[in-house]
Design a protein around this ligand. Sequence first.
Ligand SMILES: NC(=O)c1ccc[n+]([C@@H]2O[C@H](COP(=O)([O-])OP(=O)(O)OC[C@H]3O[C@@H](n4cnc5c(N)ncnc54)[C@H](OP(=O)(O)O)[C@@H]3O)[C@@H](O)[C@H]2O)c1
Length: 146
Amino acid sequence: MIWYNFFINNNAITSGIGDYKVVKLLTHVYNLIVLCQKIEKAVAVVTGSSTGIGFETSLALACKGIKTCVTMRDTQKSVHLETIAREENLPIKVFEMNVHNDNSVSNAIQKMVNEYGRIDILVNNAGYGLFGALEDFTILDFKKTI
Ligand SMILES: NC(=O)c1ccc[n+]([C@@H]2O[C@H](COP(=O)([O-])OP(=O)(O)OC[C@H]3O[C@@H](n4cnc5c(N)ncnc54)[C@H](OP(=O)(O)O)[C@@H]3O)[C@@H](O)[C@H]2O)c1
């Protein structure tokens, strides 16, 4: 089994301001696709794919023929993504994964490896932003954003 592990944290990449954010994000997705295409039969994992950037990145990768393991903590939210994947014949498979739960992560990774034998690219997208006064947050709040 070959393991390439590219760790791409889009929290660092999408933290621009205004329109720059969109440009940065598009650049990020473009670079990601170029990276995947350099690897023969690449398998990508995207966390937090139920909405937003994770949803769109998953589709962008799969549209380029990259096998994409789409992950979300509530797989009932996968209906829209799976409908598109079916209609467009995209190489997408949905896995349940809550990034705050180590067992959930291990189980999902094991299922992906069983299915594809390898993981080449990890898009570490799942998370959320905290907005408000610093003193109103706990350490746990911060940990949950990572
Ligand atoms: N949009 C921006 O301007 C911006 C700027 C800087 C950084 N970011 C970062 O980029 C990432 C995506 O942003 P977005 O705008 O696409 O946000 P979003 O639409 O709120 O998407 C966040 C995704 O993360 C998932 N998620 C949250 N906690 C999770 C957990 N414990 N396990 C698994 N999945 C989890 C959510 O799943 P559920 O549907 O289950 O909640 C959702 O699919 C986030 O990490 C965000 O902090 C975004």
